[in-house]
Design a protein around this ligand. Structure first.
Ligand code: HEM
Length: 521
């Protein structure tokens, strides 16, 4: 057969072959599109017309949160795009997203099988893998309970209300001292690299019962790779959908695989140390409690969900990974906003000064007395929407939403950025204004407005670290604002344009800061 075709190819040009191939792909896609049977009473999804082979990649561009928000204005809250040849549903609008993730949560809570996800935690990640529903639910429950136990555990001295508070207060103090010495030496600093070590130490404390020095190269080099990780696993990365790109972008994929291997090796070493020194009577941290659970589970003959020891202890990998990058990104953006809005920074400082005695550090219990700080954090989450999409979801069976038919195994993007900038929900959404969350006299936070901010997802896959994350952002910020005034470098502008990724980072930026004096405090 091949021998019969070869002479024919010899008589046509390369461009003719390409045209023929493109036409064949187009016909195939059109046939597939029009022959997807739509059940009676349901409609076909609207969306932009895809190009052969690449789909809508060009229209999606480098900032999918903006392009897909613009498309939602044209096609509505539920529409379909195509990345490569794979259809993807994009959901916008708070009510539509709530309908899908909460009311129809069973159908919209799986994860798609995406190429890059296979390399995370050796394909066994709780957050990214395609575990069947029973397995991820069991792992999620274990992870949630472990986090709750080790954050609410009593502190080592009565000074602290719980272990989480103790870790944050201690790391906050180290961070202030670190920034102070960097400022003395260089006169300027970059926020993310210092913050990320402090935040990583809080989750390391809970997961591994240990902390690392700010100069520990093993930890520092690992946590500073989170940006590279986020770029590859972001929603809409074409390499996840178009196999040819995996080879064209092979160096990016290779460094992604390398960084995942480094990450897993780092955690595995600590896990092995825990196995070697494990004592059932002395559960030291989350890793120990997961090891303990493996032993207990073997006694539970009635359990019908089989989860391997590897998948149980591997949960700590997810908790560590999810626990440092997100919170550090939130704090780093906070500093950028404080510098960009100095009047807000001054009001926050004055609020702290009036409500927290100058001779002590802020505590979790001060939160109700600091409504402006709470409003600032809500506005930071809303305005930056630094997690513009949740981790991609996938339908577990044929379903429908808002009258549109959605087949089983369809990849679903949830556009959190759109919800947080929807002009139907927010007055002047593009302006940064913490006061939008405060009562007219500034003494109370409007809870209903606050709940509209969508940062942690919704429903069955909602972030399990939300309470810890909110407490960390609040307490680290309170400690920093009490002790330092953040300033731009004279003559330099602060660029607030985000760089797209799973968590969007601000551009590298050097800032100044001034230690507050005791009198001033
Ligand atoms: C400001 C900080 C944080 C933000 C904005 C955030 C946001 C999110 C979002 C949007 C998701 C995906 C939800 C979905 O797919 O629908 C998620 C999942 C997750 N988060 Fe967070 N997160 C934060 C901090 C944390 C922390 C501190 C931890 C753990 C200590 C954590 C652990 C997880 C885990 C394990 C998942 C996966 C849940 C699952 O797939 O079922 N997160 N987070």
């Amino acid at each position: 057969m091949v021998l019969m075709v070869l002479p024919l190819i010899g008589s046509v040009s390369v461009s003719e072959v390409l045209v023929a191939l493109t036409t064949a792909c187009l016909v195939y896609l059109m046939v597939r599109y029009f022959y997807t049977e739509i059940p009676a009473g349901l409609r076909r999804l609207p969306g932009p017309t895809p190009l052969p082979i690449i789909g809508n990649v060009l229209e999606i561009g480098r900032r999918p949160y903006l392009s897909l928000t613009a498309m939602s204005k044209r096609y509505g809250d539920v529409f379909q795009i195509q990345i490569g040849t794979r259809p993807v549903i994009v959901l916008s609008g708070i009510e539509t997203v709530r309908q899908a993730l909460v009311k129809q949560g069973e159908e919209f809570s799986s994860r798609p099988d995406l190429y890059s996800f296979r390399f995370i935690n050796e394909g066994k990640s709780l957050s990214f893998s395609t575990d069947q529903a029973g397995v991820w639910r069991a792992r999620r429950k274990l992870a949630y309970n472990a986090l709750r136990s080790f954050s609410t555990l009593q502190g080592t001295t009565p000074e602290y209300s719980c272990m989480l508070e103790e870790h944050i207060c201690k790391e906050g103090e180290y961070l202030v001292n670190r920034l102070s010495s960097v400022l003395q030496a260089d006169g300027r600093f970059e926020p993310f690299p210092h913050i990320v070590v402090s935040v990583a130490n809080v989750i390391c404390g809970m997961c591994f019962g240990r902390r690392y020095d700010h100069d520990d190269q093993e930890l520092v080099s690992l946590v500073n790779l989170s940006n590279e990780f986020g770029k590859v696993v972001s929603s809409g990365n074409p390499a996840d959908f178009i196999p040819a790109l995996r080879f064209l972008l092979s160096s990016t994929m290779k460094s992604f695989v390398d960084l995942n291997t480094r990450f897993t090796t780092f955690v595995q070493k600590i896990v092995n140390e825990h196995y070697a020194t494990f004592d059932k009577e002395n559960i030291r941290d989350i890793t120990d409690s997961l090891i303990d659970h493996c032993e207990d589970r073997k006694l539970d003959e009635n359990s019908n969900i089989q989860v391997s020891d590897e998948k149980i202890v591997g949960i700590v990998n997810d908790l560590f990974g999810a626990g440092f990058d997100t919170v550090s990104t939130a704090l780093s953006w906070s500093i950028m906003y404080l510098v960009t809005y100095p009047d807000v920074q001054e009001r926050l400082y004055q609020e702290l000064k009036s409500n927290v005695d100058q001779n002590r550090k802020p505590r979790l219990s001060d939160k109700p007395n600091l409504p402006l700080l709470e409003a600032f954090i809500l506005e930071l989450f809303r305005h930056s929407s630094f997690l513009p999409f949740t981790i991609p979801h996938c339908t577990s069976k044929d379903t429908s939403l808002n009258g549109y038919f959605i087949p089983k195994d369809t990849c679903v993007f949830i556009n959190q950025w759109q919800i947080n900038h929807d002009p139907e929900q927010w007055e002047d959404p593009s302006s940064f204004n913490p006061d939008r969350f405060l009562s007219a006299d500034g003494t109370e936070v409007n809870k209903a407005e606050g709940e509209k901010v969508t940062t942690f997802g919704m429903g069955k896959r909602r972030c399990i670290g939300e309470i810890i994350a909110r407490n960390e952002v609040y307490l680290f910020l309170a400690i920093l604002i009490q002790r330092l005034q953040f300033l731009p470098i004279p003559g330099e502008t602060v660029d607030m344009t985000p760089e797209y990724g799973l968590t969007m980072k601000h551009k590298d930026c050097r800032l100044k800061a001034r230690m507050r004096t005791r009198d001033e405090q």
